[in-house]
Every structure is written in structure tokens, then in C-alpha cells.
Design a protein around this ligand. Structure first.
Ligand SMILES: NC(=O)c1ccc[n+]([C@@H]2O[C@H](COP(=O)([O-])OP(=O)(O)OC[C@H]3O[C@@H](n4cnc5c(N)ncnc54)[C@H](OP(=O)(O)O)[C@@H]3O)[C@@H](O)[C@H]2O)c1
Length: 250
């Protein structure tokens, strides 16, 4: 699939959580631009194999690698496999993330550790390994949530992890800009396929009404924004947080 005319020809991209949801749409989109893909997954081995098959069917190249991103040793092993299989890395998309919530009076430590592990430790460990490998023109793209900007009752921990991730973006952009690497955040609103689906019965009408478009977003629409940030065209965009939520106020 990759030829010199494609924006990401010759590049290698890692997308975390690419066995389903938004991560899968991003992996497929970057492959369409000519990148060779590492489709990361944790529990969704079958989903990751399916993402790789979809990329191959479209003429691209992808391999699946597993890691619990909350565990540093898992992340290190995944990067060792990337070194072995590709010998280079150009684009890293931190899409894997989990959401949960509940009343302040009932904070559960297990839930807190889970959200901190996947949403904060994970992107941090991934970016730390990536920082050792990315060169001039490298890209790190973090997936936040509109709930960081518009928290709702019960979303406190999830919203805080995503607000902290945006803070990481700004710090990493300052640190890595000196090496020609950009770091940005994409901020989806409610999006399907993806985690919003699992609460849609209850929340869909609220999410739809929150946008003047009267609908929720699609994973493909989020992937388009990521593809721009991953491209050479976005060389001067760094430390930015791009809201992709159809002007919703929630
Ligand atoms: N969909 C939305 O409405 C929405 C809105 C705002 C922001 N976002 C953000 O967008 C990103 C993608 O969300 P999504 O909707 O695609 O979510 P999703 O469909 O619920 O998928 C979650 C992803 O996170 C991965 N993951 C979970 N625990 C993991 C762990 N311990 N280690 C490694 N990976 C793990 C899962 O991989 P496995 O299945 O392989 O375990 C899966 O690919 C997230 O950061 C989310 O916070 C989503």
C-alpha cells in the first residue's frame, strides 16, 4: 500500500487500544496514509487480529502486540518487540483508556487505581519508551475527553485523569520540541464505536442534545483529526488540545 506519494509512507506508527473502538479507526486511518502499524491491545486479542486483517485487506501492513499499559514491564517488552520487528518508530497514539464513575461518597480504591493505571501510568510509560526512540518529525498524540473540560457529576476521577493527560501533553511538547517531535491532544466528545456506546441507552439522548449537530461523533471523525496531527502538514502544531466534539457543551 505504501508509496512515496502517501503522507506517512515509510513511517511506523503505534496505536494503543487499537483492537476496537476509536483506536481501531485511528490505526486503519494511519495505515491508509501509508504507515506500517503496531496494533496494540490488552484483552482484545481477537479484535486486534481483526484490525490487522482489515489493514492487510486494504493493502497495508500491521502486527498486533499485547501489553497491559499500566505495567511498565509489559510496556518495555512491547517496545523491545517493536525494536526487533521494525527498528524504528515515528508516531505514537495513546488511545487506550478506561472510564468509570460514581458518587464522591463511594470512591472505590480499585476503581481509582484502574483509572490511574490505564489513563495515566499507561500513556506515561508508553511516551517514556517512545521518547527514547522517536526522531525528528516524530509524533505523540494523546486521547483526552471532553469530560476533562466539561466534568459531570460522578465523572471526577475520569475527568481528572484526562485533565492530567493534557498537562502531560504540554510538558512533553516543551521537552521534545527541541528534537523536532510534536506532542498534541485530541479531545473527543461522545463517540461511537467506542466507550460511549456502553452507556448509550441512558446517555445517548443527552449526548445528542448537547451538540447543535444533534448527534454524537464517529470514531472515523476522531481518526481524521489524529491523521492530520500525525502528518507532516502538522509540523508547527505542538502542545495543542484539539476538541473534536461537534461543539457539544458536555
Ligand atoms: N468513545 C467515546 O465516547 C470517548 C469520548 C471521549 C474520550 N474517549 C477516549 O478515547 C480513547 C479511546 O476510547 P474508546 O471509546 O475507543 O474506548 P473503548 O472502546 O472502551 O476501548 C478501550 C481501549 O482501551 C484498551 N485498554 C483498556 N485497558 C487497558 C490496559 N490495561 N492496557 C492496555 N490497553 C487497555 C482496550 O484494549 P483491550 O480491549 O485490548 O483490552 C481498548 O482498546 C480513550 O482514551 C477514551 O478515554 C472516548
Amino acid at each position: 500500500m505504501a508509496n512515496e506519494g502517501m503522507a506517512l509512507a515509510g513511517r511506523v506508527a503505534l496505536v494503543t487500544g487499537a483492537g476496537r473502538g476509536i483506536g481501531r479507526a485511528i490505526a486503519l486511518r494511519l495505515a491508509r496514509d501509508g504507515a506500517r502499524l503496531i496494533v496494540h491491545h490488552s484483552a482484545s486479542a481477537a479484535g486486534a487480529a481483526e484490525s490487522c486483517a482489515m489493514i492487510a485487506d486494504a493493502g497495508g501492513e500491521a502486527i498486533a502486540l499485547r501489553a497491559d499499559i499500566a505495567r511498565r514491564e509489559d510496556v518495555k517488552a512491547m517496545f523491545a518487540a517493536i525494536d526487533h520487528g521494525f527498528g524504528r518508530l515515528d508516531i505514537v497514539v495513546n488511545s487506550a483508556g478506561v472510564s468509570a464513575g460514581g458518587p464522591l461518597e463511594q470512591v472505590e480504591e480499585d476503581q481509582l487505581e484502574w483509572l490511574l493505571g490505564v489513563n495515566l501510568r499507561g500513556p506515561l510509560f508508553v511516551a517514556s519508551e517512545a521518547a527514547r526512540r522517536l526522531g525528528e518529525g516524530g509524533r505523540i498524540i494523546n486521547l483526552s475527553s471532553s469530560l476533562a473540560k466539561f466534568p459531570i457529576a460522578g465523572s471526577g476521577i475520569y475527568s481528572a485523569t484526562k485533565a492530567a493527560l493534557e498537562s502531560f501533553t504540554e510538558s512533553w511538547a516543551k521537552e521534545l520540541g527541541a528534537r523536532g517531535i510534536t506532542v498534541n491532544t485530541v479531545i473527543p466528545g461522545a463517540t461511537a464505536p467506542g466507550m460511549a456506546e456502553r452507556t448509550l441507552a441512558q446517555w445517548r439522548a443527552i449526548f445528542e442534545k448537547a451538540s447543535p449537530f444533534g448527534r454524537i461523533g464517529t470514531a472515523v471523525e476522531i481518526a481524521e483529526v489524529v491523521a492530520f496531527l500525525a502528518s507532516p502538514a502538522a509540523s508547527w502544531v505542538s502542545g495543542a488540545h484539539i476538541l473534536a466534539n461537534g461543539a457539544a457543551n458536555a
